[in-house]
Structure formats: structure tokens, C-alpha cells
Design a protein around this ligand. Structure first.
Ligand code: PLP
Length: 397
């Protein structure tokens, strides 16, 4: 049995069957590349699904984790630690928010946001205001509250009863949102660009219209930037391009460039609704996670990473448009920064598999959408290489 086969066999025998995995076992990563246990090299346009934004094993993040691990790996939130305050300062200093709650994942960040919205509404708007409106085709996580918030039945099937107090409306449809608001509504929760729903980019004015509706009805606007945040769309946060600010925002994925960490941010006005004992996480704000997040944010903010993402995103989009002109199987291409996609006339699974055989990792967001979320450090040369692999693979469809 090869080394790789051994890794897969061990996992198959002992790990629960929740992931539809590709039969490769990855053992190393550097920049935009990963290697499997047989030594085969891949260009990684999945990047942990929009996680390793600075590239795999970024030296500054590695150095920060190493240093922190020698000093203090974990203490309870019964005590203060310096890295937590430093990361919170960086996040609030570069966003609309005044306060941060730290957790470990996107689902947990959204769970915290749902709880904060309910608590705020309970105290400020009345106990009968608890309903959240979320979007059809959204994705907010896999806990019970977040599968309820997720407007896709396939994630909810078999897990009923769901939570009370959620309603779904079409994304990019302000009129439907306005119509769905009832005396029970306390807020709206949405992604600036729907990621798992198929990289759906709304009209440029959409977020501003949602904000205006929330203001008029005195309800909260919650943005899930778990996938779009930390530079992915060419700004530190995707909402920056919309000219508005949410009341609550959630982050995870790229915040630690691969180290598990999540955050829920809010204005002072809203954050005030949480008091000691209302919410907590043993590992939330763990010193190692904070060291990774601090280094990630510093690298993201210091250099020209965001400009590079915008430039490479534009370059990649142009190349995808040219690919569309050559292959009828592509029905649409779209993207913002380095969050891009192709809609296909056929199921994308075969294309993903053949690309992988040729050394390019991509994945599908929805059966017929190829998603591209490479590390933001990607070069034009690597984009050209990905395009030429796609070109050959599409030729064979
Ligand atoms: N929210 C969005 C927009 C996501 O894309 C995801 C994951 O894909 C989540 C939440 C859930 O994050 P996690 O898997 O870290 O719980």
C-alpha cells in the first residue's frame, strides 16, 4: 500500500462519514501550492475554501504561532491575555465595529451573532421581537441555529425540528425583504456575496438598500463575512465597497490563515446587550489563535496584499471571460477580487476531478458552479497555468 493509500485507509476506518473527500492525502503546503503523500504537486485554487489567504504556511504566521506556543498556549477566559486585546484592536480599528467576541469557527461566530441579535432585541425592542430574516441559498454553518439560518433545505433535511423564528427571502430582492418584515422581526442576516450558494454577487446597490430597510424598520443588519472577509474580495471586508456599515459582522476562515479562529463584531450600542454569563467559549480568543490572527491581519494590512488581490482578481476574470468565449459549456463567469466562479451547462464534478489529475485543485459551489478562491498571493503566472489546465480539461467535455 502506498503512503497515501495508508493515510486514506486509516481515516476511512476511524472517521465518521460526513465528508465527500477527494482521494488524495495532502501533507505539505507553501504559498499557492500543496503536495500529496506521493510527492505530487498541486496548484491550490481552493486554499482551504478561502482560508489560507496569505498562502500556505506564511512565514510570519508560522513565526508568530511558534513564538506564542513557547510562552502560553492556553488559559481560560477567566483571565486577561494581551493577544486578545491586540487582535480586537486591529479588527475594530479597521472596521465599523467597537467590540469583538472571539470563537473558533464560522458557525460559532454566526451562532453568537444570532444570540446577540435576540438579546439586543429582547432588551431594546421587546420580548416578542425575535425573528431573523435570512436569504434563500445562503450558508451560515452546521450548528442547529446556523442550519436553520441557512436557506437551503438540503442542509436541514433529517435534522428537524429546526429553531423557531427564521424566515427566508430571495437574495438580491429588496422588495421581498421589505414584504417579509413583520412585527416579530429583529434583524436580517446575509452574506455580501453568497459563497456556498454558488458565488452569487448581488447588484452593487443591494446592501445599501438592505441597510435602508433595516434602518426604517429599526431592525439589525448582520453581515456574514466568514467567506468574503479578510481581503478575499479586494477589501479587508466586502461591505466596504457598499458604502454602508452593518450592526454585526461575523468572521472566521481566513482570520487565522489556517489556524482555527472566529470572531463576531458589533457596534457598542448592540454589543452592550451581552453581559457576563450570556455567552462564552473555552477556546475563544485562545493565545495561539490570537497570535495567528494578529500576524495574519498585520501582513494583510501592511503590504500591498489588497491591491494585489484586486489586480490579480481583474486579471483572472479577464482570462475566465476569454475561456468562456472558447467553451460553450461555460454559461457565465463572475467574481470580485479573488472570489470567482464559472457557471457550467453540465455538472462540474468531472471537471474538478480531471483538473486535480492535471495538478490543479478547484471545487464546486453547487453542482454546476466551479469556484476559484486561490491564496491572495497568487501570481499572474500561476493564474495562466490554472487557465491553461482548465482550457485542456474543458476541451475534453
Ligand atoms: N458562513 C459562511 C458564509 C461560510 O461560507 C461558512 C463556511 O463555508 C460558514 C459560515 C461556516 O463556517 P465554519 O465551517 O467555520 O463553521
Amino acid at each position: 500500500m502506498t503512503k497515501e493509500k495508508k493515510i486514506m485507509a486509516l481515516a476511512e476506518e476511524h472517521i465518521m462519514n460526513t465528508y465527500r473527500r477527494t482521494p488524495i492525502a495532502l501533507v505539505k503546503g507553501e504559498g499557492a501550492r500543496v503536495w500529496d503523500a506521493n510527492g505530487k504537486e498541486y496548484l491550490d485554487f481552493v486554499a482551504g475554501i478561502a482560508v489560507c489567504n496569505l498562502g500556505h504556511s506564511h512565514p510570519q504566521v508560522v513565526k508568530a504561532i511558534k513564538k506564542q506556543s513557547k510562552n502560553l498556549m492556553h488559559v481560560s477566559n477567566l483571565y486577561y491575555t494581551k493577544p486578545q486585546g491586540e487582535v480586537a484592536e486591529l479588527l475594530t480599528g479597521h472596521s465599523f465595529a467597537d467590540k469583538v467576541f472571539f470563537c473558533n469557527s464560522g458557525a460559532e461566530a454566526n451562532e453568537a451573532a444570532i444570540k446577540l441579535a435576540r438579546k439586543y432585541a429582547h432588551e431594546n425592542l421587546g420580548a416578542d421581537k425575535f425573528e431573523l430574516i435570512t436569504m434563500k441559498d445562503s450558508f451560515h454553518g452546521r450548528t442547529m441555529a446556523t442550519i436553520t439560518a441557512t436557506g437551503q433545505e438540503k442542509f436541514q433535511f433529517g435534522f428537524t425540528p429546526l429553531l423557531d423564528g427564521f424566515q427566508y427571502v430571495g437574495f438580491n430582492d429588496p422588495a421581498a425583504l421589505e414584504k417579509a418584515i413583520s412585527p416579530k422581526t429583529c434583524g436580517v442576516m446575509l452574506e455580501p456575496i453568497q459563497g456556498e450558494g454558488g458565488v452569487i454577487i448581488p447588484d452593487p446597490r443591494y446592501l445599501a438598500l438592505v441597510r435602508e430597510i433595516c434602518n426604517r424598520h429599526k431592525i439589525l443588519m448582520i453581515l456574514d463575512e466568514v467567506q468574503t472577509g479578510i481581503g478575499r474580495t479586494g477589501k479587508l471586508f466586502a461591505y466596504e465597497d457598499s458604502g454602508i456599515q452593518p450592526d454585526i459582522m461575523t468572521l472566521a476562515k481566513a482570520l487565522g490563515n489556517g489556524f482555527p479562529v472566529g470572531a463576531m463584531l458589533a457596534t457598542n450600542e448592540v454589543a452592550r446587550a451581552f453581559a457576563p454569563g450570556n455567552h462564552a467559549s473555552t477556546f475563544g480568543g485562545n493565545p495561539l489563535a490570537m497570535a495567528a490572527a494578529k500576524a495574519t491581519l498585520e501582513v494583510m494590512l501592511q503590504g500591498d496584499m489588497l491591491e494585489h488581490c484586486q489586480k490579480m482578481g481583474g486579471y483572472f476574470l479577464t482570462k475566465l471571460q476569454a475561456l468562456k468565449a472558447r467553451h460553450q459549456v461555460i454559461s457565465d463567469v463572475r467574481g470580485k477580487g479573488l472570489m470567482l466562479a464559472c457557471s457550467l451547462e453540465i455538472d462540474g464534478a468531472g471537471i474538478v476531478k480531471t483538473c486535480q489529475e492535471r495538478g490543479l485543485l478547484i471545487n464546486c459551489a453547487g453542482g454546476k458552479t466551479l469556484r476559484f478562491v486561490p491564496p491572495l498571493v497568487i501570481s499572474a503566472k500561476d493564474i495562466d497555468m490554472a487557465i491553461s489546465i482548465l482550457d485542456v480539461v474543458l476541451e475534453g467535455t
